[in-house]
Design a protein around this ligand. Structure first.
Ligand SMILES: [Zn+2]
Length: 175
């Protein structure tokens, strides 16, 4: 199986959202994405790990790689520091495979982080979910704008658990 892992945004070019303590989304996404790629490779997957400020390039490289599944890793952000929890986005025209991927990721996240509020599977017009040929899901791991969740996102142990949950969700979706 081939899997594209796309850490959101691009350090140095597009940092993404920033937490109140200065944590940058692009750095968290890269750390989690690298670990996710390692776990998926250990599980026997071929992995394309791609972080780039061009969404078009990410999609075209993933499609050229002929990925079977695509997962994008982000941190959520809101003007209210109280907003919290994880979300799993599929395309508005999502296939059954994309819903399956999103729900497998959701299940593993809930099992790994029982205290993290589950905002559920959502559908929308996010570019990478619309322009990839295979089932795709964008994971909003937690809110970087929430001080307590920013601390989680900065924690290497939490990042590792997060990567394991994503890798398990992806391999569950292949069954
Ligand atoms: Zn993002």
């Amino acid at each position: 199986m081939r899997v594209t892992v796309n850490p959101g945004h691009c350090p140095g070019i597009d940092p993404g959202a920033m937490g109140p303590a200065g944590l940058r989304e692009a750095d968290v996404a890269l750390a989690v994405g690298k670990l996710t790629a390692e776990y998926l490779r250990a599980a026997g997957c071929e992995v394309l790990l791609i972080q780039d400020d061009s969404l078009e390039k990410i999609c075209s490289e993933s499609n050229a790689f002929r990925a079977d599944l695509f997962v994008s890793i982000h941190c959520n952000s809101h003007t209210s520091p109280a907003a919290h929890g994880c979300e799993f986005w599929t395309a508005r025209n999502a296939s059954m495979g994309a819903y399956r991927l999103a729900s497998c990721l959701e299940k593993q996240f809930c099992a790994t982080f029982p205290k993290l509020y589950n905002r559920g599977v959502k559908t929308g017009g996010l570019y990478v979910t619309l322009h990839t040929d295979c089932p795709a899901c964008l994971v909003e791991t937690a809110f970087i704008s929430n001080p307590a969740e920013e601390r989680l996102l900065a924690d290497p142990v939490w990042q590792d658990e997060c990567a394991k949950a994503i890798a398990r969700g992806v391999t569950d979706a292949m069954q």
